[in-house]
Design a protein around this ligand. Structure first.
Ligand code: NAP
Length: 250
């Protein structure tokens, strides 16, 4: 078991799904974890009750002011951050057959949460890491950035493409400041986010597309974040690790 004692880590969207599993794995490895949530206060508070090393932070990441306040509060309460996990995201369908207004509303909401908040946390994180001697960013991207998505998810795929390019540029530009940057790119993972798509497409179709016998679960992904946070993967900075059960091999 890897020991992250003394590491302070902020995880966005840690109240549910992949982010929650990441937070729990980091806490089990003795890290101090900032559990960010937006609407799922009950779930976040349960983590706080179960793990004294955790602190909870509420913020709606579609609002840039709240993003900045979240970052300042996290540093105030956790102190120096060692790793920032940018996991929060939405998977909103939009139809090209709908009105321009509907389409643009969904596009903007997706970009605000999945890309703009990620860009802003990166900017604030770089400032912080430069002043503390370095740190790590771990971005939760998607298979969609590489394979492309189905037609209702143009905005989602574009947001994850942006996130991936951002993460790679951070790795190339700030390595000399001891800042590392990684991407994890999941395929279908059994969470609330994917549940609707899984039931719409049919589980059998999804299982047929992949090499492994069962759908990926959040716990299949989370140990990679523990390893990335430990420093043992630092020379893989800039890389993307695929977690798609062999459904799309690049
Ligand atoms: N599940 C998949 O198949 C899959 C595949 C590829 C990539 N991913 C990526 O993995 C990440 C996690 O997805 P998931 O499946 O675990 O999703 P999930 O179960 O729906 O959880 C999403 C998390 O993001 C937070 N969030 C959503 N909107 C927010 C907002 N406006 N402000 C702040 N936080 C917000 C939620 O917070 P609250 O509940 O507290 O509001 C929740 O903690 C996402 O970036 C997603 O794109 C997922």
């Amino acid at each position: 078991m890897m020991d992250l004692e003394g590491h302070n880590i902020l995880v966005t969207g840690a109240s549910k799904g992949i982010g929650k599993s990441i937070a729990l794995h980091l806490l089990e490895a003795n890290a101090r974890v900032g559990v960010h949530f937006n609407r799922s206060a009950q779930e976040a508070n349960k983590i706080k009750r179960d793990y004294p090393l955790s602190e909870t932070f509420q913020a709606d990441l579609s609002n840039a002011d709240e993003v900045e306040i979240l970052f300042k509060r996290a540093i105030k309460q956790l102190g120096k951050l060692d790793t920032i996990v940018l996991n929060a995201g939405v998977f909103l369908p939009q139809s090209t057959a709908g009105t321009t207004k509907e389409w643009l509303d969904t596009w903007r909401k997706t970009m605000a949460i999945n890309l703009e908040s990620v860009g802003l946390i990166t900017k604030l994180g770089i400032e912080h890491f430069k002043s503390t001697g370095g740190g790590r960013f771990i971005y939760i991207g998607s298979r969609a950035a590489f394979r492309g998505e189905t037609e209702e998810y143009l905005a989602y795929a574009a947001s994850k493409g942006g996130l991936t390019s951002l993460a790679r540029t951070v790795a190339r530009s700030f390595g000399k400041y001891n800042i590392k940057s990684f991407v994890i790119a999941p395929g279908f993972t059994r969470t609330e986010m994917a549940e609707e798509a899984i039931s719409k497409l049919g589980e059998e179709k999804i299982l047929n597309e992949m090499a492994l016998k069962e759908l990926t679960k959040p716990e299949d992904i989370a140990p990679m974040v523990v390893l990335m946070s430990s420093g043992q993967m630092d020379h893989a900075t800039g890389s993307t690790v695929d977690f798609n059960a062999g459904s799309y091999i690049r």
